[in-house]
Design a protein around this ligand. Structure first.
Ligand SMILES: Nc1ncnc2c1ncn2[C@@H]1O[C@H](COP(=O)(O)OP(=O)(O)OP(=O)(O)O)[C@@H](O)[C@H]1O
Ligand SMILES: [Mg+2]
Length: 355
């Protein structure tokens, strides 16, 4: 069972400092939204308000259309998992998971039996009798998830639950969340400052900055169709070329490129993801290319980021120069200053109004 969640113009101030401003967000039942933002952007504050642990200064939180203002924490049908597991140290694994059912008055044997089902779901059934003090960080987090799920929440709230885990464990936890979504289908709100984590886990991403949602969209939209230059920055987009839009075309040091049809005429920054560009081997025909010279290479491990200076030798000199970042596989054999051509999937070029 899951609930739709809606935030309507939620704001929160501490004294004269506003930390959330008019946050509106809709999450349909069983969908997963990621709240993505830098440290201090208001992610945990928002999650606490959704859970009922804090009261908004203005606005409303609704589940399935019903205002939750008067509904206490334990009756909201939600469960919250924090970055630190916060398990009860005096209880073993299974009794941690059985805790809510015991509080609700179930018999110990019944509560434990139900807890075992959730331990099975997080693949920790063999650890049921272990004291929690003997668990690894990843195991603790899985117990915390099982304990949250044992409350059978209609909305599962996750506040950076995997931030302290290593890369491999985090991948395992992502698979586990997928499994939980397939089995139980709760509505999920996951808070993270990691854009890759947000993209892997969520159906949609809400980008939060200084207490405001800058954009809420699909993973694709957020990356390839950013609402503002700031969203492009926060999502790791490296290319932001100043210029001007006229009739659906962007004019800049890169030349004239088609952008989205409804781009507004006027000063605009062209964004194009470094992953949406490629180096075109010399002699290859077809498709427009942009000529430039290699300004630098940065190894990304299995891939390389190539920086290319464009427009520096423009004889007219009217549009200036720009540097393009291109993310390519492997380690290309390129020398600084070498002339190369960049291919661009034109539908990936996107203009945002200049601030
Ligand atoms: N009880 C409080 N009193 C005063 N200010 C607060 C309180 N709680 C949060 N804040 C402020 O609100 C802002 C947002 O904090 P919040 O914890 O929501 O950020 P966050 O996005 O979760 O950051 P992080 O990624 O570091 O966890 C911060 O500037 C914080 O100092
Ligand atoms: Mg936080």
């Amino acid at each position: 069972m899951s609930s739709g969640l809606e935030l309507r113009a939620v704001s929160r101030s501490f004294g004269s400092t506003g930390v959330l401003h008019d946050v509106s967000l809709t999450v349909p039942p069983s969908r997963c939204v990621a709240l993505l933002g830098a440290s201090g952007s208001g992610k945990s504050s928002l999650l606490r308000i959704i859970a009922g642990l804090d009261t908004p200064s203005g606005g409303e939180v609704l589940a399935d259309g019903a205002d939750l203002a008067a509904v206490p924490v334990e009756e909201r049908g939600m469960a919250l998992v924090f970055q630190k597991a916060l398990l009860f140290p005096h209880l073993n694994v299974v009794d941690n998971v059985a805790f809510a059912a015991r509080m609700a008055g179930r018999r110990r044997s019944v509560a434990r039996q139900q807890a075992m089902e959730f331990l099975d779901l997080v693949q920790l059934a063999d650890y049921a009798r272990r004291p929690v003090g003997t668990l690894s960080g990843g195991q603790e987090q899985r117990v915390a998830l099982a304990r949250a799920l044992a409350r059978q929440p209609r909305i599962l709230l996750l506040d950076e639950p995997f931030a302290s885990l290593d890369v491999q464990l985090r991948q395992d936890m992502y698979a586990l969340i997928d499994h939980i979504r397939a089995q139980l289908a709760p509505t999920v709100v996951v808070v993270t400052h990691d854009r890759q984590e947000a993209s892997i886990l969520a159906d949609s991403i809400a980008v939060l900055d200084e207490g405001r949602i800058l954009q809420h969209g699909t993973v694709h939209q957020i990356h390839y169709e950013p609402a503002t230059q700031q969203v492009n920055n926060l999502l790791g987009g490296l290319n932001a070329i100043p210029g001007v839009v006229r009739d659906g075309r962007h004019h800049s040091a890169l030349g004239v490129l088609a952008v989205q049809e409804d781009a507004v005429d006027g000063p605009a920054v062209l964004t194009v993801r470094q992953e949406a560009l490629r180096l075109v081997p010399s002699g290859e025909t077809g498709g427009p290319t942009i000529k430039g010279s290699v300004a630098g290479l940065t190894s990304l491990g299995a891939r390389t980021l190539v920086r290319i200076l464009v427009g520096a030798d423009d004889p007219a000199g009217s549009t200036g120069s720009a540097t393009l970042a291109v993310d390519v596989p492997g380690r290309p054999q390129l020398l600084p200053g070498q002339v190369v051509e960049v291919g661009l999937h034109e539908h990936r070029a996107w203009a945002v109004p200049q601030r």
